[in-house]
Write a new protein. Structure first.
Length: 202
């Protein structure tokens, strides 16, 4: 049987959004790589919105002022880039971050802990290069499974842990373990003791 081939399979509904992505070809190449790792084929629609209030109406929840994008189902919404152009992140990274969440939700049949969900999104979108991933944000013998969206420095810590794991095992191995593991918290790679060991050794 031949090797399965993947396409970017993105539908961008805004011409302005398309123009704002610095290199659409590069974005498509990275999306294909993520699709290959997860075995995820579904079309993903990307829409631009012009205010945080629109994002709040989509979710039905109040959102922190720093939110500039979100995903649900097979759809990504991003806030008009002029509203957040002073941030370090670029539009392609934001789309990739949300795309990783969609790929995880579309292929993993169990609850994924916050640190791993956000850490993979930070790592695979290339945002880990923009975060300050110093050891100062990782407490000694931390319980990573207690991290929540309200946790201080969540994205920095999650990015740090997954970057350390990817350096040791490789991103493809992490994703295969995630897809195939019956219990993430007791997995040979993702158990809390191993996470602390890997972070401490960096």
């Amino acid at each position: 049987m031949g090797k399965r081939t993947f396409e970017a399979n993105l539908r961008i509904t805004s011409l302005k959004l398309l123009k704002d992505v610095e290199s659409f070809t590069e974005l498509g190449t990275k999306v294909v790589k993520i699709r290959e790792m997860f075995g995820f084929t579904s079309e993903v629609v990307i829409e631009e919105v012009y205010s945080l209030e629109v994002l709040e109406r989509i979710t039905g929840n109040r959102l922190p002022r720093w939110v500039i994008g979100l995903s649900a189902g097979k759809r990504i919404w991003v806030l008009d880039k002029s509203k957040w152009e002073n941030q370090k992140m670029d539009l392609a990274q934001l789309i990739l971050h949300e795309f990783v969440h969609i790929a995880i939700n579309g292929t993993v049949k169990k609850k994924v802990p916050v640190w791993l969900n956000e850490g993979l999104a930070v790592y695979l979108s290339g945002q880990y290069e923009d975060y300050q991933l110093e050891n100062s944000h990782i407490r000694t013998e931390m319980d990573f499974y207690q991290l929540a969206y309200e946790s201080q420095n969540l994205y920095i810590i999650a990015g740090k842990v997954v970057t350390a794991l990817a350096d040791e095992y490789g991103a493809e191995i992490l994703i295969q373990e995630l897809l195939n593991s019956e219990e993430i918290e007791t997995n040979r790679i993702f158990n809390n003791e191993n996470l602390n060991r890997v972070v401490k050794n960096r």
